[in-house]
Design a protein around this ligand. Sequence first.
Ligand SMILES: *Cc1c(COP(=O)(O)O)cnc(C)c1O
Length: 443
Amino acid sequence: MNKAHLWHPFTQMKDYNNADPLIIERGEGVFLYDVQGRAYYDGFSSVWLNVHGHNVPELNEAITDQLGRVAHSTLLGMANVPAIELAEQLVRIAPKGLRKVFYSDSGATGVEIALKMAFQYWRNKGVCGKTAFVSMNEAYHGDTIGAVSVGAIPLYHETFRPLLFKPHLIPYPNAYRHEGGAAAAMEETLSALRLLLQTRAEEIAALIVEPIVQGAGGIIVMPPGCLREIAALCREYGVLLIADEVATGFGRTGAMFACDLEAVAPDLMVVGKGLTGGYLPVAVTLATDEVYGAFYADYEERKTFFHGHSFTGNPLGCAVALASLRLMEERNMVEGVRTKASFVERKLAPLLARRHVGDIRQQGLMIGIELVRDKESRAPYDWEERIGVRTTKRARELGMLTRPLGNVIVFIPPLASTEAELDAMTDILAEAIVSVTEEGWDG
Ligand SMILES: *Cc1c(COP(=O)(O)O)cnc(C)c1O
């Protein structure tokens, strides 16, 4: 029945239909249960979303309470109660200066909004020619056409190139893959950006970046200080900074937002994924008063932001996001992430001695383990070997779900995972890696 009608995202259906499909029926805490009743640790937070675990009474209650009032009412020209309250809470915790909240329903739409706002900002200000964007190699910002335009992962994005606008790309500082290590990688990024801005700043509307951790590109952590320097260059040359915190927001990196780690205040910031605790599709684009102000005018001036979605500001989603933020504060979760992150770091450290573990990258509870064919030369496995897919298949057999990014094994557990649960999950991770890369497991 599953194979008859469903077409899965990011999935080669020929592979899927030939494999043993996984069908989830329910969740409880950090566990997901399939229709056969088998339990799995949710080792990737259901694709980087989940915060408090599954089937959380406080979050369920927030939704049913709101359901008893109204499920949906539009934000086009009117408001609803949870959308107002959530906007206030988001502004309270956001990096300094972000004071306006524009709702949408996925990370990709949030990115589209940021790009369009940045573009129209300069037009509304009467500044001509600032129409281009800067993005980074291997960036991922979602799958709609604008978001794909500023994306730079060849496997996902190359097919669509003829359809897209073309950003300026600068290198992302990848310490493991740079001959000179972290310092040289960072210098290369910053000098490329400086040179670009010196020559083209008057054509550039904004730079978009995944702050501190580049997610889908392989969980790559920036060298310390790099984000701060990128932000300073944007400011110096009059280019807006868009922080895509869709993956990194809400405690994931050990700070409320990754920008907070380097006290960076972007002009626009996009959040999604963990905003609702991973419960419902709500995303937000936050803007400064300066950006908002450029749209605030008499109607006849045609400065309105003509953009919206049917489910913009959905009350059920906003209500559960409010409950999630309340739980995060009551339970001191951001601080908890830092403690749990050190535990995971200690647990994973011995893995680095294994024959095929090239690099372990971690920021908070966002972890990527890069497997390599040859450790000395850092030569990657050929993609046909599907080393990542096989390793996560083995992990599933051992009772934990995750998805690889090429040869990088992703470990992004729910923030609420206890130390005992993280202990068990990291054991499975290690066993799966050893059994596939050293013992040749090929179930
Ligand atoms: C997941 C992700 C997106 C896209 O979010 P969707 O809700 O899947 O559209 C955008 N940017 C980053 C950094 C992401 O990790």
